[in-house]
Design a protein around this ligand. Structure first.
Ligand SMILES: Cc1ncc(COP(=O)(O)O)c(C=O)c1O
Length: 464
């Protein structure tokens, strides 16, 4: 059995093992086609966890040294520097479509065909526009009024009566999060969010030196009683909440729950940052944004990344008038101005009514993909009828990280629960699976079938 010589190193153990593997292939100690020890065998020999070996093998596969299939073992591909006999992993969409070897179900984004068609037309139109001055110059604070008016028009889908004067243009929702957090809270402040939450919230809060705490959740998201308990002990400055199609659990809060959360914000005097980036995917038309229940202490946040295209980097904050100058000056401090050229493109989509068409298209595509997920994965799926992603509950014998690692070794990339955990704690036993990222429904079915067979195999130890 191959057991590498491990020299002392400051890098993570899995990289040291991958380096040793590369060295032994280069020296001829390991030959092409040779089967490597199982995760369990090598873990025992090196006195590390099977997870470390799994990561080392994945790294080796990424470097084009090995290939492996769940249940069949990992094999040496070829000598370093020589062209591998088999292509390793071609990440181009064309290769995915043909072979569906490695499928990335980890990024929440809109499905692409119609977007490319729209974008080409919009760019041609932009090039021919008579008055491009506003897209080429430094705009006033908050963005050019015409772009803010288009933003207000978009927001009126959910915030009837939205005024352009209260709209602040940002470079996407992540930038909006940073702006709102840094403008409205201070270093050391307690900021609350869902106990499993979008990693961008975690990194933004930590990066800004805020103390971040996760609030326990149920199938509707944040539990009001749990929030009250925290507020009785400590003084949060802000709650960041994704109330519709929560990332990662897909939870949607009822209007009654939203009213309870807003009432707690009033009672305990904290601000609400209502991240409604998935608001257009709500199941019921009468779902109201959280911020509308406490408009004077709420900032509404969204972007066009999930509904039009991530590359536009156009987002909108909607805030009470008294917060505007702090928000706009933070936009200035961070990026000076979001690109007015892309804000112009975004405005075109909205002004031509394409936003409504895109929403309908995306909801229909998401619903069709949800049906496939239920058909292939059955009861383990937790989702909403129009959400882009699902939460896959794992049986007891699986750990989330282990499942995500083995899924990847089997060509499907999903995100493990641990990547969303605000604080270390029990493993929630789940992974987030994005349904909209594969370019076709066939590819999605193929990838989900791989996940299903991993689950059906029952015992993860079988793979070690
Ligand atoms: C809940 C949530 N908020 C914000 C963002 C960031 O979006 P954007 O690409 O517009 O920065 C994401 C992206 O996945 C998200 O899921």
């Amino acid at each position: 059995m191959w057991v590498p010589q491990i020299s002392e190193s400051h890098q993570p153990m899995y990289l040291t093992i991958a380096d040793a593997l590369a060295r032994d292939i280069a020296s001829g100690t390991l030959r092409r086609g040779e089967r490597l020890p199982t995760l369990r065998e090598l873990a025992q020999a090196l006195d590390v966890t099977p997870g470390t070996i799994s990561r080392a093998y994945m790294e080796a596969s990424r470097r084009g040294l090995t290939h492996g299939e769940v249940g069949r073992g990992t094999y040496v591909l070829d000598r370093i520097g020589e062209k591998p006999q088999q292509p390793v992993v071609d990440r181009s969409p064309a290769a995915h479509a043909q072979r569906a070897e490695e499928l990335d179900l980890s990024i929440i984004k809109p499905y692409g065909d119609t977007l490319q068609y729209w974008l080409r037309n919009a760019l041609v139109e932009l090039a021919g526009a008579e008055h491009l001055e506003q897209a080429l110059d430094y705009p006033p604070d908050g963005g050019h009024p015409a772009h803010r008016e288009a933003g207000a028009q978009w927001l009126r889908h959910w915030l009837p009566g939205a005024q352009w004067q209260q709209v602040v243009i940002t470079s996407g929702a992540q930038h909006g999060l940073m702006v709102a957090l840094s403008a409205m809270t201070e270093a050391g402040d307690l900021v609350l969010c869902e106990s499993l939450c979008y990693p961008g919230i975690i990194s933004a809060a930590h990066g800004l030196g805020r103390r971040l705490r996760g609030v326990p959740m149920d199938e509707q998201g944040i539990i009001p009683e749990a929030l009250r308990e925290i507020c009785q002990r400590e003084r949060p400055a802000m709650l960041v909440c994704v109330a519709t199609c929560q990332n990662p659990t897909t939870a949607i809060m009822s209007n009654a729950r939203r009213a309870q959360i807003a009432a707690l914000a009033e009672e305990f005097d904290f601000l609400l940052l209502d991240d409604d980036i998935y608001g257009f995917l709500a199941t019921d038309a009468d779902t109201r944004p959280l911020s509308t229940f406490a408009p004077e202490r709420s900032i509404y946040l969204t972007s066009l990344s999930k509904s039009v295209a991530p590359a536009l980097r156009t987002g909108y904050l909607y805030s009470p008038a008294r917060m505007l100058s702090r928000l706009t000056s933070m936009v200035r401090s961070t990026v000076w101005m979001p690109s007015p050229l892309t804000a112009q493109l975004a405005s075109q989509v909205i002004n031509q009514g394409l936003d409504g068409q895109l929403i309908r298209l995306h909801r229909a595509e998401a619903a069709a993909r949800q049906a496939i997920a239920r058909e292939v994965l059955g009861d383990a799926v937790r989702a909403q009828p129009y959400s882009y992603h699902i939460w896959l509950n794992l049986p007891e014998q699986w750990r989330s990280d282990e499942f995500a690692l083995l899924a990847r070794a089997n060509g499907v990339i999903v995100m493990s629960a641990s990547q969303f955990q605000v604080e270390r704690g029990d493993d929630p036993r789940g992974v987030r699976v994005v349904l909209m990222s594969p370019t076709s429904r066939e590819e999605l079915r193929f990838a989900l079938t791989r996940l299903a067979s991993l689950l059906e195999s029952g015992d993860p130890k079988r793979f070690y």
